[in-house]
Design a protein around this ligand. Structure first.
Ligand code: ZN
Length: 276
């Protein structure tokens, strides 16, 4: 039922080949493909020359009849060319009209960029997934991986029953108080990942009330640059751990909010993944 197209694929080993890449996923007919999206196995194709499995990112349409979801999934980072890609996708969709897309108007339409945003959306809009995975994501320990270099500092991995998701860790760009060097970075990333573990787009321990409180505090005590609420939370959390006094002086409301959170249960543990 899912539709795929042949794509020209180029591997970093120099090998070039063609592979089938899915462009339409109909969740109710292709549960395996839905699972593959959740786990991260979707559109992964082995290079015939070197055997390396390549993640081929392409645009696709995700339709879920049960929950009436109609999601155009663009590539990560395509936000700027928004209009263009949507038009292209809609043209393709129009071509299929007679086959699969009857009753399109009854669906709720969404546009997301990348697999992570699709999962974020499904965790809100797909009722079964929300219930089942929501519980698992909070129970299963998160894994933290901190890299040695500075370029790609590391990840916090969350695992549900089927969902695997990686959240990138970030070093602070603005903070002069951050201890310098590799050890300083590691310390920062450790605290940063704790913040992400508490509040992230997929599995947050902030309930609705604390979340709107956090929003209000962010307005009253804005940080230096515009970040999303999750990055802002994680960065603030790290800063409050590393420079408690300075942070409290500058962001008393944020600090009080964090202190209040400590009393609540953040049941998800973090385990460290080490380099081989
Ligand atoms: Zn290769």
């Amino acid at each position: 039922m899912a539709l795929k197209s042949r794509y020209d694929i180029r591997c970093s080993c120099g090998g070039a080949f063609t592979g089938d890449v899915y462009e339409y996923v109909f969740a109710e007919h292709d549960p395996d493909l839905k699972d593959a999206i959740l786990s991260g196995e979707f559109n992964r194709i082995p290079c015939p020359s070197c055997g390396q499995v390549l993640a081929v990112e392409n645009r696709f349409l995700y339709r879920d009849e049960k929950n009436r979801l109609w999601v155009w999934v663009c590539k990560k980072g395509e936000e700027s060319g928004r209009g263009e890609w949507v038009e292209e996708l809609m043209e393709k969709t129009a071509f299929m009209e007679c086959h699969f897309l009857d009753g399109e108007e009854e669906y709720r339409k969404f546009l997301v960029f990348g697999r992570e945003e699709l999962i974020e959306l499904l965790l809100k809009e797909d009722a079964d997934l929300k219930r089942r995975e929501g519980r698992r994501l909070k129970r299963n320990p998160a894994l933290r991986w901190i890299a040695d270099g500075n370029r790609d500092p590391g990840y916090l991995f969350l695992h549900g029953e089927k969902i695997n998701i990686s959240i990138p860790l970030k070093l602070s760009e603005t903070d002069g108080n951050q201890p310098a060097g590799l050890e300083g970075n590691k310390k920062w990333l450790k605290h940063y990942s704790q913040g992400l573990n508490i509040h992230n787009p997929y599995s947050s321990f902030l309930n609705k009330a604390s979340r709107s409180k956090w929003d209000r505090i962010r307005e009253m005590e804005p940080s230096d640059d515009s970040k999303n609420e999750f990055d802002d939370f994680a960065e603030s959390w790290a800063r409050s751990r590393i420079d408690g006094k300075g942070f409290k002086g500058r962001y008393p409301r944020r600090r009080a909010f964090f202190d209040g959170l400590k009393k609540r249960t953040v049941s998800r543990k973090i385990r460290s993944l080490h380099h081989r």
